[in-house]
Structures are given as structure tokens and as C-alpha cells.
Design a protein around this ligand. Structure first.
Ligand code: C2E
Ligand code: CA
Ligand code: CA
Length: 763
């Protein structure tokens, strides 16, 4: 070991130590170095003060810690030289400075607790340890400061005379940072104030663990904003942030106190609803969320509109652990997105990975136009008074080589997200103009224009180009625009409107009555027609809602402003009747015709056959769908497999049981714990019409599901394994897996027809 240099700490406070006094100094250094008492340590050599100073020097050089000493005035008498560099100070200048001047005194630890400040602690002249302080350093940028954990012991002179401190400090910057990071993660999302990703996933984890024991249910809603990316790209990130804030506030407005609402990042949100397994209520909740998010926003004076899609999974049915439940909710969300925008969807085991599906669809869509897989069909628009064809709406069709026909309701949103809507829209516009120009008569053609196309300044030029190259009279072209075009810059919207009007084309306001309809637009924008949305039209025959009254108001306003009205989606004669009574001028719907191929149009026009007689069902019925699948029917002790022929919210038609008397009560087992009590209302041979005691609810897509399910815990109690529910049907309590159990079974009451036996084989 060398002799001490000027760098080595050899001196205790007050200068002159005795230098050779190992016995006196050693314990203090040992302590500072974190060594045990000297007595316990092996003693191969005895250190003198110089050796120990050297040891300390090695430690100091490591940068992990340092030593300090102050006099009775708390001025620095010694500080490890290495620390000067780290603090960005000259070592020589540090001696004689007040010790506390090295540190900032806003001592807040990572969790936000206020520490006692260093001057206060030093002033007490007592021993202290592990005081976390932040180094003062004007040159170091914020976020890169160093943190120290400082300890000190008073040096007492004769007769309780305070002579300063000896002390050490450790660099705790790294652990501080990770602590701060984890607090950041556990706290709320800084942008929206909702729970952060970390916190909400912890919350879910905890809730599910606790609920598993208590056998309670818990719903998880996964929410994704539609068209957010578009707003972010066109209005900028700041506007995007503001939009996320406002959307979050709205989200909290429709959620209850004991629900946990969080942002997962980006435009994804999650809601945890404890003790909830009612899919009727959850569907309503999802709809409310979608509706409130879809109202227009004003950001920096600019209007904009987004939407939302929601996926719902419920523990313990769709998953027991948070990973399982999250995956299920994710799959449901993607399924909702794939159904088009503004939808919700419940998880069901037959959902496959729709995220992958959507990516694939997007890829395929890129080539679809070039491959000639996309075409237009035309649905007649009829003058209600005369039944004469007034025009046609051009509707896109995609004949996918593997999937078959893909609905535009599915692929238009995909095209919008993938920046494919501009070429697709332009193609549709040109094609429709060319087609219409070749029609024998002078029927109009209506073309749908996506709000994204509308926001593009090139639109008027594209329309002008399509008119010019087809030679179509501008008066025969009608552009259908939805209210969401009032998104974005008001001035731009107005400029586009007036440029289009100058071209002489007609404008129609599409899908009126959905979401955020405002009659205000009608007064200011130069529309020639209002298209009343089918959901609005279809409900109008029900006396419980006020749609009919609202349609009357729309019609009289439209008449006053010289606009036409079209009722969309009219399927039944009773609706047509009502629509005519309400003086809606035009009708478009299956009651007259579905979309036609070009050839059919030529035929009609050539033959001057412009009249279409309405035909269709008399009345709007509760949506009855043809389905063909097997279900279980439980009657007394028996479970039969039967074929289900159709299904509505209120009932089903089954086939397979012979001679069942009217009034018989069944339990219908739809699988996956879905049971419905039903009464036989009609019965003939092997077919029965059933009426459900509790109506089914929408699964968000085209399907129906039961409000509640038999808990997997109940199934477990009946001998089923308790895992996240595997797909498939569950034999019922007392049947299937328990067949062998010591239970007395009666004979089956009903014989099964061949259909029933087939069903059994299929199942
Ligand atoms: P939309 O503009 O509301 O078009 C009317 C939709 O309702 C069409 O569906 C039509 O087939 C359907 N429909 C008509 N009558 C009835 C009826 O009586 N009952 C029922 N249930 N449906 C009826 P489609 O062709 O699947 O189009 C769906 C949506 O896709 C359109 O809704 C439109 O928003 C969009 N779309 C279609 N073609 C284009 C296009 O060329 N460009 C753009 N941007 N969007 C398009
Ligand atoms: Ca339309
Ligand atoms: Ca429409």
C-alpha cells in the first residue's frame, strides 16, 4: 500500500488525527464500509490508518458511494473527490461550503412522501441514516439528477461538545428511477387521468383471484376508438391527445363508481365491471359507451367525430385468469371491429383470431381492385307515390376468391383504415358514372362518398373528371355523404360543398337518424335529399318510440327547404304504409327490390319497365333467423339432441321430438352454459315452436345469446372440470359425465324422430 496522497481521507473533523491510532479509527471506517464489528472479522493483518484510508479510497473510486465530514458549522471538511465530478463541481471549491448546499431540499421520495429536509436533520446534531436527497447540479438536465442516500454520525468532542459529522452516502439513482418508473406505471394515465395499463391489469388480476375463491363474476370490456388514427393524422397529435381526454371524460360519465376504467395506451380502453354477468345489461352498457363516444367533439374550435368498438368477456365463463379473460375480450373486440364500426360483441368460443383475419383482409383488399374482384350493383330508389324508379344507389360488392362475397359494411372501414378508400372511392365514382351514362333512360345514380374521401381536397376535381369522361349530366349524379363529413375544418367542408354544387351534382345526407343527427346541418348545408336510416325507419312502426313523430318533423323541414326524403331499408308492407302516410317522398328497400346487376337494369330500362310493385312480409316481426344447428332439450331427467330450425329473441323452432303436448316445459341447452326455459306453444309431428320465458339478447353481431349462463362452478360441482370454459357443449348436471352416478332415471318421455337421431349423431 502506498502512502496517502492528498486525495485520501486521512483526517477526522477538526484536522489533526493521531494517524497511527488504528484502534480508534478502525471501527468507524468499518462501519462506514458496511463491515461487521472487528471482533468477528478474521484478523490476518492489522490495518493502520493509511491502509484503511486506501481501502476507503478504493470504495470511493468505485463510484458507488462516498464519504464526507463537516465541522460544527456544518461546513465541509472532507468529501470524496470522485463525487465532485458527479456533481459537476471543482473538488477544491467544495471544502468549506455548507454541506447542505450540495443538495436540493425538495426531498420527495418516489412515492411522493416528503422527507425531512437535510438542514433539519443536520441541525438536530443526532445520528441519521438513509436520508434520500437529490444532488444539486445546474448543468445536469432534469430527469438525469442523481439521488443519494446520506447517513451521518455526530462527532462528539469532550463534554458533549458537538464537533461535526462523519458520514457516508450511497448512490441510489438507479433504484430511485425504477421506483419512480413503477410508481408512474402503477398510478394513473397521465394524459387522461384514468387508471394506467399497469394499474388496471393489476386490478383485474387481483379482482379475478379474489373472485375465483368467492365464485363471483366479473365482466371485462375492451374498447377501441374507430377513426381515431384519422383524426390524429389530419388534425395533429395535440388534437389527438385532446380528443383522448374528452373521450375519457365521456367514458367515466357512463360508468359507475365501482367500475374500474383505464387506458391501455393509444386509443384502447378497458372497463372492469365487478359482479356482472348479465349480457342484456352488458350489451346496453356497450351501446351506451359507443353512443356517447360517437357524439361529435369540438377541439380547438374544430368539429370531429370518432366511433368506438367494444369487446366483452365475462369471468368465469370466458376465462378465469386475467390473461384468459383479456384474450377473450380482445378476440371479441376484433370480431366487433370486423363486423363494421360502432359495434359490440360478446366473446364466444367460436371466435377465432379475427385480428389476424383483419390483417389478411386488408392485404387482400390491396389487390382486389386490380384483380377485378370488386364491382358495383345498383339498388332502385322508388318514388313512394307512383312506384316508379327514380334512380339507383351504387353499392360496392367484393367477390373474395376464398371468402365469397364480403359486405361493404365490413371492407369499407378496413379500406378507410388502410388508406385504400381514395382509390376505391374514385373507382366507384368513375364506374358508376360510366354505367349510368350507358343506361337507356335518365335515372339518377347515387354514389356513396366516405368522409375520408370528402376531406380530400381533390374530391371536386375527381368528380368533375368522372363526369367529363363519362359524359353524364351532373344533375344525374347524387353524392351520398354522412354527417361525419362535418368533421374537420369547417371552412374546408364549406369550400368542398360549394365546389361540388358548382359542378351541378346533387348531394344527399345519408344515414340520417343514426348517432348524432342534428337538424342544424340541414339548414346550413346544401343538401338535395335526406336519407332516413333504416334502423330509424324499421322501428317507426312500433308505437313505443317517437320515430314516427321525428320522421314527420324531418319531412316537413325537408319540404320547407326544398329537399327530397328517402326512407331506407323498408322491408315490410306495414312500414311502407306508414312511410307513405308520413309523406316521405322516396323509398329504398327490399320491399321494392334488392340491388340489381347491370343486365337487369338494361332490361327494365329498355322495356320502359320503370314501375316496381312492392311485395314482402306484411308486418315487421321480431327478427327470426333461419339457423340449423343442434341444441340440447332437457325434459325431466332426460337430455335430447334436436335440430333447431330457426331462432328469434322470443322463441325457436325445434325438430326431432315426437308428439310433444302443447304447454310442455323444456330447458333448451345452447351449449357453453347457455340455458333457456321454454314452453311448447305449437306442436306438429316432430316439430315444436317454443316460447322462451326470458327473451334472448343480441350477441352484438347477427346472433343471439342467453342473458345469463350456468356458472362453470356449478358445472364443476356437477363433475365438470373447472378451467376456463373449453369450447363445446356441457352435458347437464345429472347427465353425461354423471350418467354412471347413483341416480334414478325415469324412462324418456318422448320418442326421437330421425331428425332427432341425426342431430344426436352430429352432436
Ligand atoms: P348505405 O349507404 O346505408 O347503403 C344501404 C345499405 O342497406 C346497403 O347495404 C343495402 O343493400 C342495404 N339495404 C337496402 N335495402 C335494405 C332493406 O330493405 N333491408 C336491409 N336489411 N338492408 C337494406 P350494403 O350494400 O351492404 O352497403 C352497406 C354500406 O356500405 C352502405 O350503407 C355504405 O355505407 C357502404 N358502401 C357501399 N358502397 C359504397 C361505396 O361505393 N363507397 C363507400 N364509401 N361506401 C359504400
Ligand atoms: Ca348510402
Ligand atoms: Ca344509408
Amino acid at each position: 500500500m502506498s502512502e496517502s496522497s492528498t486525495d485520501t481521507p486521512a483526517e477526522p473533523p477538526e484536522g489533526r488525527g493521531d494517524g497511527a491510532g488504528t484502534s480508534k479509527i478502525e471501527p468507524a471506517w468499518r462501519k462506514l464500509l458496511g463491515l461487521g464489528p472487528a471482533d468477528n472479522a478474521p484478523r490476518p493483518v492489522s490495518y493502520n490508518a493509511t491502509d484503511l484510508a486506501q481501502l476507503a479510497h478504493v470504495f470511493e473510486e468505485s463510484g458507488r458511494g462516498w464519504f464526507w465530514s463537516v465541522d460544527a458549522d456544518l461546513k465541509i471538511t472532507y468529501v470524496s473527490p470522485a463525487i465532485a465530478d458527479r456533481l459537476g463541481l471543482a473538488h477544491s471549491n467544495m471544502i468549506g461550503q455548507p454541506f447542505q448546499s450540495l443538495f436540493r431540499t425538495d426531498h420527495q421520495d418516489g412515492a411522493g412522501r416528503i422527507n425531512r429536509s437535510l438542514p433539519f436533520v443536520l441541525g438536530k446534531r443526532g445520528k441519521f441514516s438513509d436520508l434520500a436527497v437529490r444532488a444539486t447540479n445546474p448543468i445536469v438536465p432534469a430527469g438525469q439528477e442523481r439521488w443519494w442516500s446520506v447517513s451521518g454520525s455526530p462527532v462528539e468532542g469532550r463534554g458533549d461538545n458537538f464537533r461535526g459529522y462523519w458520514g457516508s452516502a450511497l448512490d441510489i439513482t438507479e433504484s430511485r428511477r425504477s421506483e419512480a418508473e413503477s410508481t408512474r406505471l402503477t398510478a394513473s394515465d397521465t394524459l387522461t387521468g384514468l387508471a394506467s395499463r399497469h394499474r388496471i391489469s393489476q386490478h383485474l388480476e387481483k379482482t379475478l383471484t379474489a373472485y375465483k375463491v368467492a365464485k363471483r363474476s366479473c365482466a371485462l370490456l375492451m374498447i377501441d376508438l374507430d377513426r381515431f388514427k384519422h383524426v390524429n393524422d389530419t388534425l395533429g397529435h395535440q388534437a389527438g391527445d385532446e380528443l383522448l381526454k374528452q373521450a375519457s371524460q365521456r367514458l367515466t360519465r357512463v360508468t359507475k363508481e365501482d367500475w374500474e376504467v383505464g387506458r391501455l395506451g393509444g386509443d384502447e380502453f378497458q372497463v372492469i365491471i365487478p359482479d356482472m354477468d348479465d349480457r342484456g345489461t352488458l350489451g346496453e352498457t356497450a351501446k351506451r359507451i359507443i353512443a356517447i363516444i360517437s357524439q361529435p367533439y369540438t377541439i380547438d374550435g374544430v368539429r370531429c367525430v370518432i366511433g368506438a368498438s367494444v369487446g366483452v368477456a365475462i369471468a368465469p365463463y370466458d376465462g378465469i385468469t386475467s390473461a384468459e379473460l383479456t384474450r377473450s375480450a380482445d378476440l371479441a373486440l376484433y370480431a366487433a371491429k370486423n363486423d363494421g364500426r360502432g359495434r359490440f360483441r360478446f366473446y364466444s368460443s367460436d371466435l377465432h383470431d379475427e385480428a389476424e383475419d383483419r390483417r389478411q383482409l386488408e392485404d387482400d383488399l390491396r389487390d382486389a381492385l386490380a384483380q377485378g374482384e370488386i364491382r358495383l350493383v345498383y339498388q332502385p330508389v322508388i318514388e313512394a307515390r307512383t312506384n316508379l324508379i327514380a334512380g339507383f344507389e351504387a353499392l360496392l360488392r367484393w367477390d373474395h376468391p376464398e371468402r365469397g362475397p364480403v359486405s361493404p359494411a365490413v371492407f369499407i372501414p378496413v379500406a378507410e383504415d388502410a388508406n385504400l378508400i381514395a382509390p376505391l372511392g374514385e373507382w366507384a365514382l368513375r364506374q358508376a358514372c360510366n354505367d349510368a351514362a350507358s343506361w337507356p333512360g335518365a335515372a339518377r345514380v347515387a354514389v356513396n362518398v366516405s368522409p375520408i374521401q370528402f376531406a380530400h381536397e381533390a374530391l371536386p376535381a375527381i368528380v368533375a373528371g368522372a363526369l367529363a369522361s363519362s359524359g353524364l349530366n351532373p344533375d344525374r349524379l347524387e353524392l351520398e355523404i354522412t354527417e361525419s363529413v362535418f368533421l374537420g375544418d369547417g371552412a374546408d367542408t364549406e369550400a368542398t360543398f360549394s365546389a361540388l354544387k358548382k359542378l351541378g351534382v346533387r348531394l344527399a345526407l345519408d344515414d340520417f337518424g343514426t348517432g348524432y343527427s342534428s337538424l342544424g346541418y340541414l339548414k346550413s348545408a346544401p343538401f338535395d335529399k335526406i336519407k332516413i336510416d333504416q334502423s330509424f325507419v324499421r322501428d317507426a312502426t312500433q308505437t313505443i318510440n317517437r320515430n314516427a313523430a321525428i320522421i314527420t318533423a324531418i319531412v316537413s323541414l325537408a319540404e320547407a327547404l326544398g329537399m327530397e326524403t328517402t326512407a331506407e331499408g323498408v322491408e315490410t308492407l306495414d312500414t311502407l304504409d306508414l312511410i307513405r302516410k308520413l309523406k316521405v317522398s322516396h323509398v329504398q328497400g327490399y320491399v321494392y327490390s334488392r340491388a340489381m346487376e347491370m343486365a337487369e337494369i338494361y332490361e327494365r330500362m329498355d322495356g320502359d319497365n320503370l314501375k316496381i310493385e312492392p311485395s314482402g312480409p306484411e308486418k315487421t316481426r321480431s327478427d327470426r333467423k333461419t339457423v340449423l344447428r343442434t341444441v340440447g332439450i332437457i325434459h325431466e331427467d332426460h337430455r335430447y339432441e334436436v335440430m333447431m330450425r330457426n331462432l328469434s329473441r322470443t322463441g325457436a323452432l325445434i325438430e326431432g321430438l315426437m308428439d310433444v303436448p302443447k304447454g310442455t316445459k323444456f330447458v333448451v341447452d345452447f351449449g357453453e352454459g347457455q340455458l333457456a326455459v321454454a314452453t311448447v306453444k305449437r306442436s306438429r309431428d316432430d316439430q315444436q315452436g317454443l316460447l322462451f320465458e326470458v327473451p334472448l339478447v343480441s350477441d352484438g353481431s347477427d346472433g343471439l345469446c342467453t342473458r345469463h349462463r350456468i356458472s362453470p362452478y356449478a358445472l364443476a360441482a356437477a363433475g365438470m372440470p373447472l378451467a376456463a370454459l373449453p369450447p363445446g357443449k356441457y352435458p347437464l348436471i345429472g347427465h353425461g359425465s354423471r350418467e354412471g352416478a347413483a341416480r334414478h332415471f325415469s324412462l324418456p318421455t318422448f320418442a326421437q324422430s330421425n331428425k332427432g337421431k341425426d342431430a344426436k349423431r352430429v352432436a
